[in-house]
Design a protein around this ligand. Structure first.
Ligand SMILES: [Zn+2]
Length: 268
């Protein structure tokens, strides 16, 4: 804790400036050992944080919480009250839970987790969803927990690699530019992608905002698609989640007839 560190520095400075005999005396005062304190406060802390339902063994609980607990104790010479530590731990509850969920994944094999432990991990997996998402999805499928998959899907949209293309199998926005799904590994075909985007319609709509770009796409036979929508080859989107969509002969012909139909004579 920054506040305490400052105090400590001050203390050190003070001792340095004092006569040798006093320095010796102060260095003999022991710091509180957070691990010993954890032994004493463990149950109280676990209950106060609402983690008792995880049903871990005493050793597992200690392992789970030891780092944040030590952080909340800080380097002190007088024993803090359990309430003080609990308040400090609760001050940043969301990030604490996120940390504990990731720690739990390291302590316990995901496959061997109880329903409650798995729920805890799913609900609190935020930024780590890029790493854990595929495995958590797989396990939730195995256990038939579609309710947890909904939670994962929502967290993916916020913390994952949110793609403008949805996977038709797992329904996550997780189709990558190589057309494979990051979450369930399903690969969509170019045909499926075009169907999902309604490719001719989005290009006809694009004509209204950028007829020159439309012409470019028509001539080149391909375009980019990203969260920015349709872009012609000369305006490659900066977004890495961009899809290069190659048009087939039939689509190109349809674009041409639309172009001829909608262009005024002077633009041709
Ligand atoms: Zn998928």
């Amino acid at each position: 804790m920054p506040r305490k560190k400052k105090g400590e520095e001050q203390e050190e400075k003070d001792t340095n400036s004092q006569p040798k005999s006093k320095k010796k005396k102060s260095s003999s005062v022991k710091y509180v050992d957070p691990n010993e304190l954890l032994d004493e406060y463990l149950e109280e802390v676990i209950n106060a944080l609402g983690l008792a339902y995880l049903n871990l063994s005493r050793e597992e609980y200690k392992e789970l919480i030891k780092e944040p607990f030590a952080g909340a104790v800080g380097e002190v010479k007088t024993k803090p009250k359990s309430k003080t530590i609990i308040n400090r731990l609760s001050a940043n509850r969301d990030s604490l839970m996120e940390f504990l969920a990731m720690k739990l994944v390291r302590i316990k094999d995901l496959e061997k987790m109880t329903e409650e432990q798995l729920e805890f991990v799913v609900y609190n997996t935020k930024n780590a969803i890029k790493d854990l998402g595929p495995r958590l999805y797989e396990i939730c499928i195995k256990k038939g927990r579609s309710d947890l998959i909904d939670v994962l899907r929502a967290n993916w949209t916020i913390y994952g690699i949110n793609s403008p293309v949805k996977c038709p199998k797992c329904m996550f926005n997780a189709i990558m530019p190589d057309l494979s799904c990051y979450i369930c590994k399903y690969t969509i075909t170019m045909k499926q992608l075009k169907e999902q985007l309604n490719v001719l319609q989005i290009l006809f709509d694009y004509f209204k905002v950028d007829p020159q770009g439309y012409k470019e796409i028509m001539m080149a036979g391909y375009f980019y698609y990203s969260w920015d929508g349709v872009l012609p080859p000369s305006k490659q989107p900066k977004d890495l989640l961009r899809f290069e969509i190659v048009l087939n002969k039939e689509e190109k012909e349809k674009l041409k007839s639309f172009y001829i139909e909608h262009s005024t004579p002077q633009t041709q």
